[in-house]
Write a protein that binds this ligand. Sequence first.
Ligand SMILES: *Cc1c(COP(=O)(O)O)cnc(C)c1O
Length: 423
Amino acid sequence: MQGQQRASEVNTNACFGLFNADCLILSAFVSDRRGLDMPSMKVMSTTPVGGFTHRSYRPSLPAASALLPYLQEIDRNRWYTNFGPLALQFEARLAAQYAVDPSRIVTVANCTAGLTLLLQSYAASPGGYEAGTFCALPSWTFIASAAAVVQAGLIPWFLDVEQESWQLTPDLVDSALPSAPGPVAAVMPVAPFGDRVDAAAWAAFRAKHDIPVVLDAAAGFDSVTKANAPAVVSLHATKPLGVGEGGLVLAESAAQAENIRRRSNFGFDRHHEAVWPGQNAKLSEYAAAVGLASLDVWPETRAAFTASAEVYRKVFAKLGLGAVLSLCFSRCDVNTGCTLQLDTPQALAVVEQLRAKGIEARQWWGQGCHAQAAYTGYPRGPLPVTEDLARRSLALPYHPEMSCADIVEIVEALRSVVVQRAE
Ligand SMILES: *Cc1c(COP(=O)(O)O)cnc(C)c1O
């Protein structure tokens, strides 16, 4: 294994001779980070899975040995779900991370449910929204955002995103509002692929229009801050901090968090009276155990993300690729995918050609939500940027355990398939 590792470093140097030091740093992270029971990642990452040498993402939840102490705690407690001690401990540690009182963090079964409950918490009547009320959201997002809007009893109104940031911005909503299809009860901006979102600008929007702003920060575990509250983060296995299935709501107040907690448990009050219609969206103790063990190694995971991101950025800075990294990938290390924009509208062909070479490139958000069968009937504004991103953007494989050689191979393949714009 050592021999192979050295060989890939030499190979990397021969390719570009650019980032010797990065490769060594990266190898150091890779060999240290998951403890003794992890086989070397160099071997694993070159084993084709599902026909791909490079998967778009390689989830790495804590190993069984790291979970054991927490599982034994569950055995001792004999408490398996319903706001158990591990879920509370997990919430307390998340609260410390975001520097808020633990009363403002609610763990939930998944981010989609969290977004639904959060939207419902703003309904004037506890029973829900009046029929014919809209929620503005970008079409450029994962379908879960739109699903949550419908589940919450609102009608999606799809808007376009800004070209540079791939985000729905307060300015875009501001100028679209006069042509809204009906009353707008909420706005749901989305943090694309883990990007930061301008909290001050959205606070100003909310103050101006008195419309709640609910942030879908599904991939934003590392970038969301308390200033972005209310926001929901996904803890799905493919997101930066995974527990399998899970989510966390960063509520704007303890009262809102309590409202969401109640809605996540059938709408029961303290006396087991269902005072509102609710659903079951609680996080089990087992998922909380995975979350706690994931948090234990988060600093190492984060450092490994940073190392991978820096190699990608260096390669992109040095080589003419006919593509630029997304703003999100340029400014955030913890991303779900190395997202980029091609100079020319050939994303579909590039994705297919990369896949034929064993590289699982993806267009995570397809043509946008408005183009998906279940959502074509909903109102939308003009979507020129969304349509352009559908033709020009894609994601290269990205995860914290990539080696320098992996990245070099992927970028080399990209360079070989992208048709350069004629000068
Ligand atoms: C992953 C994702 C979701 C859904 O998260 P789940 O925890 O799987 O429900 C919602 N919105 C966006 C933008 C996502 O990327």
